[in-house]
Design a protein around this ligand. Structure first.
Ligand code: UDP
Ligand code: MG
Length: 337
C-alpha cells in the first residue's frame, strides 16, 4: 500500500517522436503545472517530467537535452530507434517505476488536458492504483475518426476484450501497478488492453481533448488501422472461433447443395452449370484466403512473441533521475555523475 503521509513523487511520462514544434510549449505549460502541484502538496519536489525521445529524426533530443540542463523538472530518455508510441511509453514507464511513486502518461502535443492532472493525483491519494483519463466527447474529431474509433470500441467489446471506452493512454499508474505491468512480457504491446488486466483499484477522470497544439499527427490512417488490428489480435482469439463457425456453416450449406445437385441429377434437370461452378470457385477461394490470412496473423504473432526480442534499448539518460530514498542500501546508479 502506498504511503500518503508525504506528497508522492510523480513522473509525467511523455513519448516524443519528431515533436520539436510543440515541445517548448509543452515543457513550459507542464513546468507551471508541476510547480502548482508541488505548491498544493500533490507532488513531491523530486517529481519530474520524463521526455522519451522515440528515435526522432528532428531536433527533439537536442531540445530535451537543453531542457534537462535548464529546467530541473525535466529529465530525458532517448531510444536508439523509433519503436512506436506504445514501446516508447513502456520504456518511460519502466524507468519511472525505479524513481517514482506513480507515473502519469500523456502525449507531447498538449491534446490531453493537463488541467486535470490534479484530479488524477487526488484519486491516487484516495487509494487508486490506476486512474484512466476518459474523453468527455469526440466532438472535435473528424466524422471519420469518430465513427472508426466508436466502431473499434464496439468491436473490442463484442470480442470480449476489456478496454475502457474513449480512453487513450492518458492514465496514472501507481508503482505497484507499474510493477505488475512489468510482468507482461508481450512484444505486440497494446497497453490499453493490458492495464485493465492488472486489476487493482481504478477510477476515471473525465477531460476535454483539445486540438494538437503544433506539429502534425504521427498516427496516419495506416498506423491507426494496424494499431486497432493489433489490439484485437493481441487480446482476442474470437476471430479464430468465428472462422471455425463459418467453416461449419459452409460445410452444412455444401451438404445441402450436394443433396440438391444429386436430386437434380436423378430427376434429370442437370444443365452444364458453368456459372455456379465459377461462382463457387471464386467464393470459396476468397473465403479460404481470408481465413488463412487471419490464421496467418496469429502465426505471425506467435513468431514475434517466441523471438522475445527486447522491446526497447535505452541509449542515453539525462537529468536527475533520482532514486527514491529507501531503507535498504542502494546500488550506485551508473547514470549519475
Ligand atoms: N509517438 C511516438 N512514437 C511514434 C508515434 C508517436 O512516441 O512512433 C508519440 C507522439 O510524439 C505523441 C504521442 O505518441 O506524443 C501520440 O501521437 P500523436 O499525437 O501523433 O497521435 P494522435 O493524437 O494524432 O492519435
Ligand atoms: Mg496527439
Amino acid at each position: 500500500m502506498a504511503d500518503f503521509t508525504f506528497p508522492p513523487v510523480v513522473y509525467l511520462v511523455i513519448p516524443c517522436y519528431n515533436e520539436e514544434a510543440v515541445l517548448p510549449e509543452t515543457v513550459r505549460q507542464l513546468t507551471l503545472q508541476m510547480e502548482s502541484l508541488q505548491k498544493n502538496g500533490l507532488a513531491a519536489p523530486q517529481s519530474r517530467m520524463l521526455l522519451v525521445d522515440d528515435g526522432s529524426r528532428d531536433q527533439t533530443w537536442k531540445l530535451i537535452s537543453d531542457f534537462c540542463r535548464e529546467n530541473p523538472w525535466v529529465c530525458g530518455l532517448k531510444l536508439a530507434h523509433n519503436r512506436g508510441h506504445q514501446n516508447a511509453l513502456l520504456a518511460g514507464l519502466m524507468e519511472a517505476r525505479l524513481h517514482a511513486d506513480c507515473a502519469i502518461s500523456l502525449d507531447a502535443d498538449l491534446q490531453d488536458d493537463i488541467g486535470v492532472l490534479r484530479d488524477f493525483l487526488q484519486k491516487y491519494r484516495e487509494g487508486c492504483d490506476v486512474v484512466y483519463g476518459v474523453r468527455n466527447s469526440r466532438k472535435k474529431d473528424t466524422f471519420f475518426k469518430r465513427t472508426t474509433a466508436q466502431g473499434f470500441y464496439r468491436m473490442m467489446k463484442l470480442l470480449g476484450v476489456d478496454v475502457v471506452y474513449n480512453h487513450a493512454d492518458y492514465r496514472l499508474m501507481s508503482r505497484r501497478a507499474l510493477d505488475a505491468l512489468s510482468e507482461y512480457k508481450e512484444v505486440n504491446l497494446f497497453l490499453r488492453g493490458i492495464v485493465p488486466l492488472i486489476g487493482y483499484r481504478s477510477d476515471y477522470v473525465f477531460y476535454e481533448r483539445h486540438e494538437r497544439f503544433a506539429g502534425e499527427s504521427k498516427y496516419p490512417l495506416k498506423k491507426m488501422l494496424s494499431f486497432a488490428l493489433d489490439g484485437i489480435t493481441s487480446f482476442s482469439v474470437k476471430p479464430l472461433k468465428i472462422i471455425s463457425n463459418l467453416g461449419i456453416l459452409l460445410s452444412l450449406c455444401s451438404v445441402a447443395g450436394l443433396l440438391y445437385a444429386l436430386i437434380s441429377h436423378f430427376v434429370g434437370y442437370t444443365v452444364a452449370g458453368w456459372t455456379a461452378i465459377v461462382c463457387s470457385i471464386w467464393l470459396l477461394g476468397g473465403i479460404q484466403l481470408l481465413c488463412i490470412g487471419v490464421v496467418g496473423g496469429y502465426v505471425g504473432k506467435i513468431y514475434t512473441e517466441v523471438k522475445a526480442r527486447p522491446r526497447f534499448r535505452i541509449e542515453e539518460k539525462q537529468g536527475s533521475l533520482l532514486p527514491l530514498p529507501s531503507p535498504e542500501p542502494q546500488k550506485e546508479s551508473d547514470t549519475h555523475p
